[in-house]
Ligand binder design. Structure first.
Ligand code: PFF
Length: 512
């Protein structure tokens, strides 16, 4: 087995991990989630989800990857071979469920970056997005052919991901993150500053973003419980939890590492980024509503198209700097998206390399080719519908299920006390004993409740008004397909003595 490469520096690792967390989810997804789920009211369950699931699981994933020096399949198998299928489930469902549509959305952003030059979207941006750009079909089953400009952007996304992941993490992903992340911060701050100076921005932010409407988040009402489910799903998505990414990234950390400190920095900075970009999103909608003289709620269409309808429309209303503002916004999305997409390619490839001892360059090449082919379905005229269904199921069930199993594995099979001892021995901030209680009882219990609520609303009303058959075939079908693939990959025997503990440094042989 070849020597596992390591991150070149602590900052390099942190930038890569934050790069994975900060993505389209923080701007594109958070924007429409918060808007659809009661604006500011969404922040309350969001912060609760961060504290009760996000941070404890970030610590857990870092610990698992660092202790086992492996991506999820091997990490899980080392603790108990019977759990390996779940170890495959996480990167598989995330790669096939999320990365494929994610690349297509980055492809949309690339197109919109070009459209910004002359505001090619025209006056009716909603009509342009749905009918001219996506040319959406009537149902998820009516593929209606490929939209070539979207395919071009999607292929470019895969080529860039391939070029970055081709090299070892310290040369590829780390170097790319060192460039992407500082640039992203500067551009985002410019964007927020710009949005806040627009007329009508502040009143809208105060009223619709910073004011919590408590009635909207009562979990005992159908709509309130939906807000909580979405908030937990969003925390998993935004922190890249349940994907296997953070486990794989932590496997490249050196022996002495501040696991808790790194987990806190990653989680808090990521959520702060979302919170701050929320000012730009709500401020821009407010400006647009004010300049059109319509109420805030009527100013926009909701759903995944929000960023591609509202932003262009707001740009149209700007007195000056339309081109720069548009290019800036879509460049921010492209960079945030790419730094996340590469992390998932890495997690999936790292899982395959751990198991089959494949050559890294060949693995990355084949995975990117396969990913690119899989993304084609999201570049068809039904792409938006399929994306919406897959995203809903993978986030609310796939990632959360991964989170529950992680808690059970580390909390009960490995034992939370052993994991905590490992964190303390790795150095840095000591882990409070409360974490053991969270991981063993509180977090899994809450996540099971979240899945229960999700199922309840699933049965009370069809998600997004799609037909039952579409939800079953596409949503549930995707989850089942990932499970079957995971099972097949698990069946393959391990080579060498990988499952034994002889590769570990002595300090990892912990006794409680
Ligand atoms: N944390 C990322 C985001 O918020 O956009 C989630 C993600 C999506 C990571 C897709 C990786 C990926 F390929």
């Amino acid at each position: 087995m070849s020597q596992r490469s390591l991150w070149g520096s602590k900052v390099g690792f942190l930038l890569a991990a934050i790069g994975s967390a900060v993505g389209l989810g923080n701007i594109w997804r958070f924007g429409y989630m918060a808007y659809e789920n009661g604006g500011g009211a969404f922040l309350v369950p969001y912060v609760v989800a961060l504290l009760l699931a996000g941070i404890p699981l970030m610590i857990l994933e870092y610990t698992l990857g660092h202790r086992e020096k492996a991506a999820p399949p091997l990490a899980f198998a080392r603790i108990d071979r019977r759990w390996e299928t779940i170890g495959w489930w996480m990167p598989t469902i995330a790669f096939f469920g999320i990365n494929l549509f994610y690349a297509a959305v980055i492809g949309w952003c690339m197109n919109y970056f070009c459209f910004s030059v002359n505001q090619a979207w025209g006056a009716d941006t909603g009509d342009f997005f749905m009918n001219t750009f996506l040319q959406v079909s009537d149902s998820p089953f009516e593929l209606g052919g490929i939209r070539w400009p979207i395919l071009a952007g999607t292929v470019l996304t895969w080529v860039i991901s391939w070029a970055i992941c081709f090299r070892e993490v310290n040369h590829g992903i780390e170097k790319a993150s060192m460039i992407f992340m500082p640039l992203l911060v500067v551009l985002t701050l410019v964007l927020i500053g710009w949005a806040l100076r627009l007329e009508g921005a502040w009143p809208a932010i105060k009223e619709h973003y910073l004011t919590a409407r408590w009635d909207k988040i009562n979990p005992f009402t159908a709509s309130g419980s939906k807000v909580w489910v979405e908030a937990f799903g969003q925390i998993f998505f935004t922190l890249s939890l349940g994907f296997g990414i953070m486990i794989a990234y932590a496997s490249y950390l050196p022996k002495k590492t501040d696991i808790v400190g790194n987990a806190l920095i990653t989680s808090v900075l990521n959520c702060l980024y979302s919170f701050l970009t929320g000012f730009a999103v709500f401020g821009t909608i407010g400006f647009m509503a004010a300049s059109k003289g319509v109420p805030f709620a009527e100013a926009i269409t909701s759903g995944p198209g929000l960023a591609f309808v509202v932003y262009p429309e707001a740009i149209n209303q700007l007195p000056t700097g339309q081109t720069i503002f548009g290019m800036l916004f879509f460049l921010v999305l492209i960079m945030a998206g790419l730094s996340s997409a590469i992390s998932l390619v890495e997690a999936f490839c790292c899982s395959l390399i751990d198991k089959f001892d494949f050559d890294r360059k060949k693995t990355v090449t084949w995975v990117c080719v396969l990913g690119c082919l899989g993304s084609v379905v999201f570049t068809t005229r039904a792409g938006l519908w399929i994306l919406d269904i897959v995203d809903h199921f993978v986030n609310n069930y796939g990632l959360v299920t991964g989170g529950i199993f992680e808690c059970l594995l580390v909390g009960w099979v490995l034992k939370a006390a052993i994991a905590r001892k490992h964190v303390d021995q790795a150095g840095g901030v000591k882990l409070n004993k409360g974490w053991e209680i969270l991981v063993k009882f509180v977090t899994p219990a809450i996540l099971i409740l979240v899945i229960g609520f999700a199922l309840y609303s699933e049965f009370s009303e069809n998600y997004g008004g799609y037909s039952t058959i579409a939800l079953l075939v596409i949503g549930l079908g995707w989850l089942i397909a990932a499970l079957i693939i995971s099972f097949i990959l698990m069946r393959y025997p391990w080579s060498g003595a990988k499952l034994g503990r002889e590769h570990e440094p002595e300090e990892d042989h912990l006794l409680v």
